[in-house]
Design a protein around this ligand. Sequence first.
Ligand SMILES: *Cc1c(COP(=O)(O)O)cnc(C)c1O
Length: 390
Amino acid sequence: MTRKPRTRLAHLGRNPARDQGLVNTPVGRASTVVFPTLAELRAATARPQEGVFYGRFGTHNRHDLEAAVADLDGADGAVAVPSGLAACVLAILSQVRNGDDVLVSDNVYWPTRKSCDDLLQRLGVTVRYFDPAIGGDIAQLIQANTRLIYLESPGSVTFEVSDVPAICRAAQAAGCVTALDNTWATSLGFDAIGHGVDLVVHAATKYLVGHSDAMLGVVSGSGAALQRVRDGSMQLGHSVSPDDCALALRGLRTLAVRLDQHTRSALRVCEWLSEQPEVQDILFPPWPADAGHALWSRDFAGGCGLMAIRLTALDEQQLAAFVDGFELFALGYSWGGYESLILPTDPRPLRSASPWTQPGQLIRLHIGLEAVEDLLEDLAAGFQRLRLVL
Ligand SMILES: *Cc1c(COP(=O)(O)O)cnc(C)c1O
């Protein structure tokens, strides 16, 4: 019987019978591991996804995290890597060779785009970007040498929702691998593999770790594509800290309740923002007025706390007057922790296939786990500051 994800979150990735009854997998730091006999050394190396025989190949902490994420994604396996970006790049790099072509969604996380434009091009892999709204028309872009289609939905700056099933059907028909950065929704909010994706990429740094204190990435998948990911990670010499894996496993325990609360509070914030005359647009797929809401409702099971608003154009002084005075919304990169964050963004230089033509200033908000009334009060004070300088 397959139990509900939130039930599995409480039980996955730990093994008290193996660990002297300890509820949580104890942190095992390791480089060298020694064996009493040759037979035991051989047995450990024969099961690289569970065996512990050298630190770089993983300890119980890493194997438990990988097994938990693979289970949540409905994948055969997962590979933990040192950062979210390492996961994005590994998912792509491991699948391609010189002469191949890769199609990448135009709203992709900016450092992923940078790696594609520099690293992949230097290896003789062509990279072409497509409009995230392309849907099944992606079939027209697929060439004989197109090996991989890389998606991010919703984009973490501009929040477009792609028609992932339509894109995956076209990819499958053409024999291309698909990979999707699922950081925004996590395994709980979007069943990527169930919607046709081959490789799921997680910046675990965000909601899986969930407490803004560890950097980690995971790629999950099955079959030959997963094997290439495993081999690629090994050949690149990736190693992840057992402490960080333990933090990610701890984060997973509360992922469902955190995401529920983030989403609830973010929707309440949307309601309030929709009444502010300075707000031109709210970019948050769970919000009914969002352009991607219909697709989101069709394909997603949940949301999170990351959204953006579009204000009128602001000069640097007006922008500073707005963002500098918040007491709860801290100014900073990243998201997915328990705290609220604010960040001005500018997607215009980050796009090529589908230019960002919306006027005005985008502000990204991460709605944290604080009481939403307090967040609204902080936002109200910010809009008061803004009105004084407009
Ligand atoms: C943050 C982020 C990443 C990269 O994760 P790091 O752990 O910071 O390397 C990748 N994709 C998305 C969508 C992100 O938001």
